[in-house]
Design a protein around this ligand. Structure first.
Ligand code: F6R
Length: 246
């Protein structure tokens, strides 16, 4: 694993954009796995800026988002489809028909999960998967205890995640209690993975994920098994690391 420690969120966005831009060169179609939440926003802003100036070109890029709440319409301002359009897709030259977010409104989420896996496989897999991390170590919505081999499926959100995400909703009771998420197995199939994290509230779980044992109780620790995983984290999120990383 590679760990890159950066000064602040803007720097994190630039480093992450460099990694993606370099990897995108000469690959068509390029397949990106994307995350929502507050952490990747500096990355999206940097990619938007570059796209509007000299590149990269997203006209043939295909994207798969990690997750979506169950029960929120795409037009709901807290749905992940809405977030992605607002924060990224509406500002770049991507074909929206090539942007996929799991359908959390379906009557048959199990089928949605299977189809999502087939679609990712059908296009040849994900080239670069972007991740954030929950304060409990979740990746996507794979909460502690998720199988390290799990695939896209419906999950119940933990009290910790509902409470963390309530900052985006008017009332805590409005936060959906279920979601559909790529599994840890799905995520680990990506050719490359980058996990972005900022803020001192992530420091403890980051140290456990990077330097602790691989365990389903800290889903992000599974990245230790991946041959090409990079952590891009701000100094305040890196304070609990004990080993030397460069
Ligand atoms: C979102 C996702 C989650 C978030 C995590 C961190 O698509 O998969 O795992 O990355 O909850 O959220 P923020 O960035 O808001 O701290």
């Amino acid at each position: 694993m590679k760990v890159i420690i950066v000064s602040d969120k803007n720097h994190m966005g630039q480093v992450a954009a460099d990694l993606i831009e370099t990897d995108m060169k000469n690959k068509t179609p390029y397949v990106l796995g994307l995350a929502t939440g507050s952490t990747p926003i500096p990355l999206y802003q940097e990619l938007i800026r570059r796209n509007q100036e000299t590149g990269p070109d997203f006209s043939t890029t295909v994207t798969f988002n990690l997750d979506e709440y169950v029960g929120l319409e795409a037009t709901h301002d807290q749905s992940y489809r809405y977030f992605m359009n607002q924060e990224f897709f509406d500002h770049i030259n991507i074909n929206k028909d090539s942007t996929f977010v799991p359908n959390g409104l379906s009557e048959n989420i199990e089928e949605v999960g299977k189809d999502y896996e087939k679609a990712i496989c059908g296009i040849g897999g994900i080239d670069y998967q972007v991740l954030g991390i929950g304060t409990n170590g979740h990746i996507g919505f794979n909460e502690p205890g998720s199988s390290l081999a799990s695939r896209t499926r419906k999950v119940r959100l933990t009290e910790n995640t509902i409470s963390d995400n309530s900052r985006f909703f008017e009332r805590k009771e409005d936060v959906p209690t279920e979601a559909i998420t790529m599994g840890i197995g799905t995520i680990l199939d990506a050719r490359k993975i980058m996990l972005l994290a900022s803020g001192s509230n992530k420091a403890e779980t980051i140290a456990k994920s990077i330097e602790g044992p691989i365990t389903a109780t800290i889903p992000a620790s599974s990245l230790q098994m991946h041959p090409d995983a990079t952590w891009v984290i701000t100094e305040d999120a890196a304070v609990n690391l004990q080993l030397e990383w460069d």
